[in-house]
Design a protein around this ligand. Sequence first.
Ligand code: NDP
Ligand code: GDR
Length: 330
Amino acid sequence: MRRALITGITGQDGMYLAELLLGKGYQVYGLVRGQNNPKLPLLAEVVPGVTILTGDLLDLSSLMSALTAAQPDEVYNLGAISLVAYSWENARLTTDVTAGGVLNILEATRLYEHQAGTRVRFYQASSSEMFGKVQQVPQSESTRFWPRSPYAVAKAFGHHMTVTYRESYDMHASSGILFNHESPRRGPEFVTRKVSLAAARIKAGLQEQLMLGNLDARRDWGFAGDYVEAMWRMLQQDQADDYVISTGRMHSIRDLLDVAFTEVGITDWAPFVKVDPRFLRRAEVDALVGDSTKAHRQLGWWPRIDFTELVQMMVRADVDTITSARTAVA
Ligand code: NDP
Ligand code: GDR
């Protein structure tokens, strides 16, 4: 039975990846931080087969203990402070976790390999945010990075450190440069879920207005369930490498609003949406769209769910949750 250790198991991707690996017969270990993490009940409900280990990316010794307990064949480093907007307000913490945490888990993995006399395959969750200011469209593995936020700078550090460990220590360390991917499990602080939730709540009469930032930003949005499959495929390759994972299609926040509100039967969202300067970014990434030709060719990976299906899935899930809650009360 193959064994995997996932950091960031309580996040959106961690849960989808755990489901995927459990379905493939892996023994899955998940690193959870804090003495009473509020997401533990959800984790037990969604992926009850996962063995929980406590630890923190800031604490190298806790990572060593987790590796020793899990004895993994594969390590997926998904843990991070991942909200771009938050990273300006908490730049040092973001740097410590999202950059320094990568060095810690790489170093723990290297030491564990040495001590246990075994090889471990390592995945780093890199991000399209590293491309930042648009210089080339679409962005591929060879596009230069121009990070525009403390989060993106931290991810660029983690990416380069992963490549450096691969080249310095001959580690099987791969980095997935993933473009935005969403799902009904996406945190409500991210724009897609904020919109899907608001559309459902406005339709149900539970909310009057939706406050947003830049409506003209454009992103390449895919489905998280498809993207974790790409992570796994990367670690099944003989050679570790870096891959862009994306749909190759770009949409604006306005497109997102169109699909989400149409799904609840509201044809004009304008009366419900207000631009609030609090949600504008100090340095915006205007438009990102990925070129995943390498992943198509080498991993045989393709996204299965497109933008419209994704947004409809998210809105329907939020509508269902609201309806179930009302039925339970009635
Ligand atoms: P989430 O924000 O949903 O999850 C982040 C996870 O990191 C949570 O489990 C969180 O735990 C954990 N974490 C935070 N701080 C620490 C710490 N100090 N030690 C250990 N774990 C910690 O992110 P996603 O699931 O969306 O993304 C997964 C990874 O992929 C992240 O690294 C993200 O930056 C990256 N990424 C995501 C993309 C996307 O579109 N979703 C695109 C490209 C990259 P807790 O529950 O305790 O807070
Ligand atoms: P992003 O995702 O920054 O791309 O990072 P987010 O959903 O936060 O923003 C996408 C775009 O929407 C615009 N926007 C708003 N964003 C938020 N969160 N809230 C708003 O009210 C709002 N209004 C407009 C933003 O300005 C931006 O242009 C995500 C995260 O998952 C990262 O961890 C990951 O690395 C990248 O995707 C790829």
